[in-house]
Design a protein around this ligand. Structure first.
Ligand code: FES
Length: 165
């Protein structure tokens, strides 16, 4: 998905606001992503200048940590736990169902406004299989429960975008 590029001045302004005395690269990246939903690629150069780092160091940090996004998040993001406990209670079959239901594939970026991500333990193993939809944790997920939750999340996003249009 494409997104509007930040101008040089806007990228400098973002960095100026967050690169305060004592802030580290990680804290700045978290702050930028918390604010914008992602780390715009245009901030890499001004961030490198502000912290006396190379662009490669800044870019490398952003790409090394799975948490950071270089593009806006999808409208509906599903994270499915594929670690041991959830796997033993059906998360792989659930994965196939989710891909069929959404028409998207796990860990391949987003399409049609939906992104499917594999995660490895959501800290709720006793209630496997687990997933999040737009950050909200759901336990003991079945295909039927997924369909209900996903359809509700999609409908909510569509309703919200109609209100703001
Ligand atoms: S293994 Fe899935 S929540 Fe821990």
């Amino acid at each position: 998905m494409t997104h509007p590029q930040l101008s040089d001045a806007a990228a400098e302004e973002v960095v100026r606001r967050h690169a305060v005395q004592g802030a580290t690269l990680m804290t700045i990246l978290h702050a930028i992503q918390d604010e914008a939903g992602f780390v715009p690629p245009e901030v890499v150069a001004p961030l490198a200048r502000a912290l006396s780092l190379s662009r490669a160091e800044v870019h490398g940090t952003i790409t090394y940590y799975h948490h950071f996004r270089s593009a806006p998040p999808a409208r509906v993001t599903v994270q499915l736990c594929r670690a041991e406990s959830c796997r033993s209670l059906g998360s792989e079959a659930l994965k196939d169902h989710i891909e069929g239901h959404t028409g998207c594939h796990f860990d391949s970026g987003h399409a049609e406004g939906t992104e499917l991500e594999s995660v490895y333990c959501l800290g709720q193993c006793a209630l496997s299989p687990n997933m999040t939809i737009n950050g909200e944790l759901h336990a003991k997920v079945t295909p039927q429960k997924f369909a209900r939750l996903y359809n509700a999340a999609s409908a909510k996003v569509n309703a919200d975008s109609e209100v703001t249009a």
